[in-house]
Design a protein around this ligand. Sequence first.
Ligand SMILES: C[S@@+](CC[C@H](N)C(=O)[O-])C[C@H]1O[C@@H](n2cnc3c(N)ncnc32)[C@H](O)[C@@H]1O
Length: 202
Amino acid sequence: MADSLHSNPTSFQSGDWFGDIRAHFEMSSSFGHKGRVLTTIVRFMRCSRCLELGSAYGMSGLFILEALSARGAETQLITVEGSERLHRMASALLESRFPGRVSCEYGWTSHVLPRLAGNVTPVDFMFHDAGHSRKDYVSDFLAALPSLAAGAVVLFDDINWNDPRYASSNPQCRKGWLEVVAHERVLQAVEIGEEMGLLLLK
Ligand SMILES: C[S@@+](CC[C@H](N)C(=O)[O-])C[C@H]1O[C@@H](n2cnc3c(N)ncnc32)[C@H](O)[C@@H]1O
């Protein structure tokens, strides 16, 4: 799957960014190191229900589902993706590889998370890799809180992100991360390298 996307020259546009699928896939997907962090969290925390915000092509979802597989058949991943084209690609991939174990929600987090609240069994791991801005980090975290179990862990990707290819002004991800860290439900927060922030919730 990764090999076919790595060599796919079909044009692709995302916001102000123009290019092709191979470049977009390469820039936006999780590979080795991030994949290892995701699988380690799922295994170490013995997670059984996970939520991913921003699935893109489904790469990080694959890592999470592989790790969940080792935890048994009753495990579940819910993904949320706002791009219709990417949602279609990710859901085809994940649902064919892990039938009955993944629910791929199409829509923006601002619409999907309030709908999930109270309607899903709270999850024990959430991976945030959707909107990359202070506002997105904070609003997504607050909207997801009702769906996060006591003792859940939350991984934010790109907490120092400021890529001029996607935003003309500083999106202030670090500010958003620090605001989330200060929330009363956060028991412990650690940063993993330059990019990732991990929370343990009360
Ligand atoms: C960095 S990519 C995700 C990469 C993927 N998690 C991986 O590691 O393979 C971010 C994705 O989030 C989606 N996205 C951005 N803002 C969103 C939002 N508010 N709601 C849902 N999806 C969003 C984008 O369409 C994009 O596909």
